[in-house]
Design a protein around this ligand. Sequence first.
Ligand SMILES: [Zn+2]
Length: 906
Amino acid sequence: MQGYNALFPMAFHYTGTPILVMAESIATGDKFLQWLFRNVYDVPEEVMKKMSNPEFLAKYFHMVSKRALERYGLAIDWRREFTSIDPEFQKFIEWQFLKLRELGYIEQGTHPVGWCPAHSMPVGMHDTKDDKEPELEEFTVILFRNEKGIAFPTATLRPETVFGVTNIWINPQEKYVIADVNGDSWVLALRAVNRLKYQLRIEIKEEIEGSKLMNTKVRNPITGEWIPILPGEFVDPSTATGVVMSVPAHAPFDYIALIDLKNNKKYPESSKIAQELEPRSIITVPGYSSIPARDAVIKRGIKSQNEKELLEDATKEIYSAEFSTGTMKNEIIEIVMKYNNNLEVIEFIKKYIAGKSVKEAREKTKELLKKLNAYAIIYEIINKPVYCRCGAEVVVKLLEDQWFINYGNLKWKKKAREALSNMRIVPEEVRSQFEATIDWLQRKACARTRGLGTPLPWEKSWIIESLSDSTIYMAFYTVIHKIREFQIPPEKLIPEFWEFVMLGRGDVKELANKLGIDEWKLEAIRREFDYWYPLDWRVSGKDLIPNHLTFFIFNHVAIFPRDKWPKGIIAHGWVLVEGEKMSKSKGNTIPLMKTIDMYGVDAVRLALVTIAEVNQDLNFTSTATYAAAEYLAKLANFIENLYTFDTRDKCELIPDKWLCSVVSKRIEKVTKLLESVRIREAAIEVFYNIKSDIEKYLSMVNKPCNIIKDIIENWIKLMAPFTPHIAEELWHMIGKSTFVINEKWPEAISRDFDSELAIKYVDVVISDIREITKVLKKTPNKVVLYVTPSFAYSILRDLVTEGIKKDSMRKIIENLATKGLSKKVAATQARRIIGLSQQLSDELKELIRHVEHFDEYSILKTFSDYIAKSVKASNIEIMNSYDKEAPDLGRKKEVALPLKPGIYIE
Ligand SMILES: [Zn+2]
């Protein structure tokens, strides 16, 4: 409507395992899925039987979705429709991956990934229940050894606290094992082995009850002191190793557990040993005592180790306080010298750890542990539990020979940041999330051993996974219809073809010869890409910021030159249904088609745009949608009626000019709002506020003037993008034979500030009278309005346009004195006019600036019937407040100010 060509395409993503898993579940008779298909998606029985075929299943929902999008009235160019398993698309993805590999962004290696043990396959957000991306965190493992040299591996995020360890915790109620781990001998909780075996080579040698390990001693690898193993029932073997080092001064859990044990009769011997132990302070933190863990525990009134939530909160507080402002105490040197005679270790601590910030000390402690052979790494899923769609809990696997895209590459990150900084991001608040994602992204497994999709071009047993083949497909939209039109077979879509089409590289003559395709055809395809790219907007959900949307930026900057980098992203909020997040597992998803059948297309569209702005979560409710349907019906009636009104020819009355002006203002506003993607606000202007303007206009005139017809035309054009079907109906109803969607977007007709100020003024007078009658609790009989003469308006206008100056007061008094006011009255008036000028709304100030002369008396005379009708008064009298002859009813003369008449009510 604004005269630009716009490309709005749609394709279907078949890639990955979710479809496969779903088809398998149908085949094995999954009751819930069958229920979901039958009752939520209305899948017919005879179709149900075929759903165990994954491609059939995908195709079925593909067609259902397409029909819904068509009925929804989206102007999609279906010539460009494709699926991600079409051979042409696969050739495109092959080219993309060969490019990424050539650029050094793809590598093979051993890295941790989220892993489904049942599927034996890496899993990402698209494979998990509730679409949870497994977030991995690296833990430092410190090996404490007993006199036999058997290691007790404690996993920690805070290796620098090894200096403050007083004991080791082991859960006396759990089973432990002694196992061969990567050639060393470790003690691990049996339950931990089941998870850690995906990361470490573990061979169990013997099982042992946790209780049997109590009160034996192990040696701190850095300080060299011998410390006891004590019972800790809070130790959870479903996290890390099931062996925990205790740092009571700096870890709230350890602090409270130590106190508990001292008072515990259950383990008398351990309790006795615990009596000897005191928290050892090794870190200074501003704002805390020497035992920060105790401060945090006391602050929350924590009494026992069972208050897990409070303890976790306390842990977070201490962790972040110590990390950001903590310093390692110098006393750690003496501690080490007392037990350890290794001079190298002591020198290292003196030089790199003592007196240093916690941040620095953490890295250096790891280095020291490595030197001492007391160091290992394990990974944990910090947002666990995460479940695969098959139901198995996701674990971390150290995957060997896996193919990765290395988003950790620093040069690549730099380019991605550059692209982001030049992009429009809506809402702007999420830009920092993109920045953070670019910062933390590292290697990402990009291929799977099963599922639908494109095989890796150099190792066909791997299938490129769904978050990796969906990053530059927008470029494919620009050319696929031409490839089909020219009937180019997939085998001709070799990398050189894409190099030319997407990057303009290579000799077109040579390529034409090689492929047996006319040169002009290749040029034509290239032109299509060049015409449409870069894309202006990628519109998607906020949940895809940490993966898809950021990968989209990375891959564009890797493959394309700067002038083809994307220009904007819109990240919208969730769609909730009756206040709840939609999820397949809850069965509360509503297919779009169902809503269309229930409420009508335009009702659904109006509800979706008016419920929330794109950046907010949208709570789709049947009440709101039903209300939208009813409103649209009323609105259509209103316009139909309005169009049949008898009209006047000349549009010269104040209300005529006013209507033209305010609708012009709304057109400008709607255009601006849409440009800034504030669609909800724009829709409210169009559907609600313009209607109120027209209703008000009708109440001010006996017969509308014929400008109303132009206004209706413009109004319908404004509706077209929101509710296209009703807009077309109305367009034809007013006698047009074209499509409104092909019309030009309306422009402001004309602004008329004089009439806007006049009506604004009348509105203020009406609302003031209403306020007063409300206070008086009576219906007015006679209303007397005292207005100031027009020179008073000029005084106010000078204050608005020029601002208040030092001599403003004196000048106004002088001015008023010449109009016959006494010095005293003039001074009061001047003070109050200045006061008034400071209270005016911006809207009113704007109008005053544009209106030089304003005669309140004649405006109120013109509108006295309208005012009387509006406030239900039988008689309105208007008097000049400076007229000495006029009676001063209720002493209201002197309260009259410009644009604010004195009001007397009888
Ligand atoms: Zn699984």
